[in-house]
Design a protein around this ligand. Structure first.
Ligand SMILES: [Zn+2]
Length: 321
């Protein structure tokens, strides 16, 4: 008797689930909403994260470690433009509203994160500086005006160092930074200006020799306009890189940033390919912290499958810039 009831309940749940899934498959809007919900709902990943999250909350965030002492995670969070209001049509990862940016920065600070500069990372890597367990770097690609108008004020307000990667030929163009803005920010000591290339192209399409020449030129332009020596750091447009270009730029003395949604680990920092993570406009500080933890292997598989499915259905959604 008891068994029959259980079977009955399972059948009803199964039929309901089937109905919902069929509805979602048939109805395009419902399908889009469902994907949105899956991507935005905190709950679906919170279960396994909660233990780690508690750990973060209970950690003494003032305690610091040398590289030799602990293999800390060093996430580099990637932004593009910081805008006043959410644009109607744009690639969703290309903008963050100023309001969201402030919430993410202050939220991560509240969670115990400390934002560090590239110089601090370098010192840590030499075992000369001890860092707390929860640190992150903030990066901006392309050099949009919004970096000066809306990100820089937040950086000053929360005393957060930021790294901006500019495209030489886009400087002074509408929507992009001017050299005067770049210099003002660099002079504040809070902002590092580095190169994202002379042009915003797929650098694998030109020869490695030309690539090194262009990146060196773009770097020298920054030094010229800022009126000071700048550390050689390069960020690949579209994240397109190869072993050959990485080797050549390493030889030329460049620290290189990839864009591949992976984490850098303190003990194996590789200057010829630092990993960066996309931060999306709708993500809370809590969700960003989840991303940094990158959850357990099962969740990774689920996420990968989900990402693959979305990529097939909405390829433009996951395009890399
Ligand atoms: Zn770019």
């Amino acid at each position: 008797m008891k068994k029959t009831i259980i079977y009955g309940i399972i059948s009803i749940i199964f039929i309901l689930l089937l109905a919902v899934i069929s509805y979602i498959i048939i109805n395009k809007t419902a399908r889009e909403n469902a994907i949105d919900t899956i991507l935005n709902t905190k709950a679906w990943m919170d279960i396994t994260f909660s233990a780690k999250y508690k750990d973060l909350r209970n950690t003494d965030t003032t305690k610091t470690f040398y590289k030799s002492e602990k293999n800390i995670k060093i996430p580099m969070l990637l932004y593009h433009d910081i805008v006043e209001e959410e644009p109607e049509r744009d690639l969703f990862y290309m903008y963050t509203t100023q309001e969201q940016f402030e919430k993410q920065i202050s939220g991560l600070q509240e969670l115990g994160y400390r934002f560090i500069s590239m110089e601090e990372l370098i010192q840590y890597n030499k075992n000369e500086l001890a860092l707390p367990e929860y640190v992150a770097l903030i990066c901006f690609d392309d050099g949009y005006t919004g970096n000066y108008l809306r990100a820089y004020p937040i950086a000053k307000k929360y005393q957060v160092p930021i790294n901006i990667y500019v495209i030489d030929e886009m400087m002074e163009q509408p929507g992009y930074l001017t050299w005067a803005q770049a210099k003002e920010m660099a002079d504040s000591g809070l902002v590092s200006i580095n190169t994202h290339g002379k042009r915003h192209i797929h650098y694998e399409e030109i020869s490695t020799v030309e690539l090194v020449a262009e990146i060196t030129y773009a770097h020298e332009q920054i030094e010229k306009h800022l009126g000071k020596k700048v550390r050689k750091v390069f960020t690949y447009p579209y994240g397109t890189n190869s072993k050959e270009t990485r080797e050549a730029l390493k030889e030329a003395g460049f620290i290189q940033n990839l864009t591949d949604n992976k984490i850098n680990y303190g003990k194996s920092i590789d200057y010829s390919g630092l990993h960066r993570i996309y931060v999306l406009n709708n993500e809370s500080a809590y969700k960003i912290a989840q991303k940094i933890y990158d959850i357990n292997p099962l969740q990774r598989v689920i996420r990968k499958t989900l990402k693959g499915t979305i990529q097939k259905m909405y390829p433009q959604l996951l395009k890399v810039e």
